[in-house]
Write a protein of this length. Structure first.
Length: 371
């Protein structure tokens, strides 16, 4: 069931405008250079949500956490966001604000080796170095985080939302903790990593050097420039974000590849009643789009929705440049699954523009490099 360009989409779109004007204020949670990426939120919308950084969740788990919640009342649902490779929890900030003002809370965190786990020594100890990528331990921390969120909001549905690598965490959580997870949203699930991540853009030569020196650090700038998105505004945004990891060891990349190889297997353990939304672009250069069907075939759920975007690339949700078509897919799915009639698609897009983001509507690409 679809709402007629409901207030949801207008709201989401409204959150995304970056033009500075009278009566607007800079948001505090942006990691971007203010001169190039002014993160502007209208005061009347800023008063409708609260932002908490490193609150009680961080105190209990010992990792950086970020919370966007409705300013009044109990959230009808709470989304736990899991970021992708090289990224961090605050990359969801524009989407999270839009959801929060529509009575849907959003919680995210930085995985080990990424974001502030990588840049701030206070999260690590001599025996527990969180500056290094360790996906299994990050998964354990996601388990703890999700349990704490459910304890804090016992009457709210818990939805896990992941992008790329983050999708693997969501699928595994849904299978191992059906009592905690109501549904999952997967954007560009990493069922199989594109071989170009390892071999493309000169990575073979760097990989040979790394093989000779196991701790050799690989430069990820070519990966970001050539594979993450065909949209220059998204690519530049990633390159300009100082909190995005730009270098990783070959060992970390290999462990990531091994981890996501289990995605389809973990999908078999999920419930046949699990609500699932998958958003996938056919021009995804980071993961193999065709393997999304393997994941869907493995998941027994009779409530799966695939939103296939024929000309879209990899990164869609962890950006301030959000696409109308992606927002509509997300909002329609949430509306259909009762989270809640509070959110109306039509206003959601307008909210994105007023909450520090930019809504972009797809137009036919001029070259095959565009997505």
């Amino acid at each position: 069931m679809r709402t007629p360009l409901s207030k949801w989409t207008e709201i989401l779109l409204a959150i995304a405008c970056t033009a500075i004007g009278a009566g607007k204020a800079l948001a505090i949670e942006s990691t971007m250079p203010v001169d190039k990426y002014p993160d502007i939120v209208k005061p009347e919308l800023a008063s409708k949500y609260t932002y908490t950084e490193d609150g009680d969740l961080s105190q209990k788990i010992g990792i950086p956490t970020y919370e966007w919640m409705p300013a009044e009342g109990t959230p009808k649902a709470v989304i736990v966001g899991v970021h992708g490779l090289t990224l961090h929890g605050r990359r969801f900030r524009v989407l999270a604000r839009a959801l929060a003002i529509n009575k849907i809370g959003f919680v995210s965190f930085d995985m080990r080796g990424f974001g502030r786990c990588n840049t701030e020594s206070k999260w690590s100890t001599l025996k527990n170095d969180k500056s290094k990528v360790h996906l299994e331990k990050s998964y354990e921390e996601l388990e703890q985080l999700t349990k704490l969120v459910k304890e804090k909001y016992p009457d709210s549905k818990i939805v896990l939302l992941g992008e790329s690598l983050g999708c693997t965490f969501c699928v595994r959580m849904a299978g191992e903790h059906p009592d905690l997870v109501y549904g999952i949203v997967l954007s560009a699930p990493a069922v199989k990593v594109n071989a170009d991540m390892m071999t493309g853009a000169g990575n073979i030569e760097r990989g040979i050097k790394a093989a000779l020196s196991p701790h050799h650090v690989m430069d990820l700038h070519p990966f970001i420039r050539n594979l993450v998105s065909g949209r220059k505004q998204v690519t530049n945004e990633m390159l300009d974000d100082p909190m995005i990891t730009k270098k990783l060891t070959l060992g970390a990349l290999i462990s990531t590849d091994s981890f996501v190889d289990h995605t389809a297997k973990w999908g078999k353990k999920t419930s046949d009643k699990l609500p699932v939304l998958i958003i996938q672009g056919s021009r995804d250069a980071c993961v193999s789009p065709k393997h999304v069907t393997d994941l869907m075939a493995n998941m027994p759920s009779v409530d799966q929705t695939l939103s296939w975007k024929g000309q879209f690339g990899h990164l869609q949700l962890e950006t301030q440049f959000l696409r109308t078509e992606v927002l509509e897919s997300l909002v329609d799915w949430m509306y259909d699954h009762g989270a809640e009639n509070q959110v109306q698609v039509a206003n959601f897009e307008q909210n994105i523009n007023d909450l520090g983001g930019v809504v972009v509507r797809y137009s036919a690409p001029n070259t095959v490099a565009d997505d």
